[in-house]
Design a binder for this molecule. Structure first.
Ligand code: AMP
Ligand code: MG
Length: 328
């Protein structure tokens, strides 16, 4: 079985094609970059409408396939920004109708877990999903993916992006802060906000900006923010791991590209005798291949959705989605 997947939940428009051995046959992505400030949903959606047709062609060409060889079309139904989701869903519906192939709706967070799970070789890992809009610790249980802990306010990536823009940088802030943090020397005290298995970042944002006002260097700030925020994420992941007794942890989301975060989580997991796995950067960030792969798992169990019933769900929750391809 070969499935084409369309991702468009936020700033990245992406089309991926995978086969049933989880080989990524091709992946074509294009990220919307605002000229100033954060992401504007309608502008991002306009970007996606413009680039998606070309990305579909590029993905087919990259996989050396014709549309006749595609067995199903999957799309990210939610969660995400409404206008952006609608752009990808529309393209997927058109392809499904034109090619006369089933349409499969996929949850974006579940897709991050499934691509990391298959690539890791771990059967039932915990996922730390750290992206722009989402920050969650997820494990499977009783037929669904369960959110064990999450951010109580903003996603860790949005926190990094906001901070970086406020101190004069441009979006995306995460990679820029990672580079700047290399130059940091002093660990500044910032609010460490862990509540059980949940975290919060807005207090740290306020405190970091106040330190900047008082003359803290961007480098020290970047370093301190990374150490503090990633320690928080590592702590809630460790707590979930201890309670759920999983053999390993996989990472997903754009912030999971970060070497410091990868190192901290790896040290924690390996210290407990477990395995840590992080996909390649292009499969950590939002991408069409993870949508295609999860769509393929669902399609193998007979899933499909009619165009009429394929409405987007901007607030779709991970734990409301059935996962019939997983036992237990
Ligand atoms: P996503 O929402 O999964 O597409 O990821 C986008 C988010 O990941 C943005 O908030 C970026 O700032 C963040 N990000 C990307 N690369 C890095 C990195 N190397 N370190 C920290 N954050 C990153
Ligand atoms: Mg994502």
């Amino acid at each position: 079985m070969i499935v084409l997947g369309v991702e468009s939940t936020a700033h990245t428009a992406s089309v991926g094609i995978v086969d049933d051995a989880a080989t990524v046959l091709s992946l074509a992505s294009d990220m919307y970059r605002p000229k100033a400030g954060g992401i504007h949903p309608r502008e991002a959606a306009n970007h996606h409408v413009e680039v998606l047709p070309g990305l579909v062609e590029a993905a087919l060409a990259g996989a050396h396939l014709s549309s006749r060889e595609i067995d199903a079309v999957a799309f990210a139904q939610g969660p995400g920004l409404g206008p952006c989701l609608r752009a990808g869903a529309t393209v997927a519906r058109v392809l499904s109708l034109a090619w006369q192939r089933p349409l499969v709706a996929v949850n974006h967070c579940v897709a991050h877990v499934e691509i990391a799970r298959v690539l890791s070789g771990l059967d039932d890992p915990l996922l730390l999903y750290a992206s722009g809009g989402n920050t969650q610790v997820i494990a499977h249980g009783r037929g669904r993916y369960r959110v064990l802990g999450e951010t109580l306010d903003i996603g860790v990536g949005n926190f990094l992006d906001k901070l970086w823009i406020e101190v004069g940088g441009v979006f995306p802030g995460g990679p820029a802060i990672e580079a700047e943090a290399q130059l940091g020397r002093e660990l500044l005290e910032l609010p460490y906000s862990v509540h059980g298995m949940d975290v919060a970042f807005s207090g740290m944002l306020t405190a970091a900006l106040a330190l900047r006002e008082k003359g803290a260097s961007r480098a020290d700030l970047a370093y301190s923010v990374e150490v503090t925020a990633y320690a928080m994420l590592t702590e809630i992941t460790e707590r979930a791991l201890a309670h759920r007794r999983r053999e390993g942890v996989v990472l997903g989301g754009g912030v999971a590209c970060n070497e410091r975060l990868r190192g901290m989580v790896r040290a924690m997991v390996e210290g407990r005798g477990g395995t840590m796995f992080a996909p390649s950067r292009q499969l950590c960030v939002d991408n069409g291949a993870m949508i295609a792969w999860t769509g393929l798992l669902a399609r193998q169990r007979g899933a499909s959705v009619s165009v009429e019933a394929s409405a987007i769900e901007p607030r779709q929750r991970t734990d409301l989605v059935e996962t019939p391809w997983r036992a237990g």
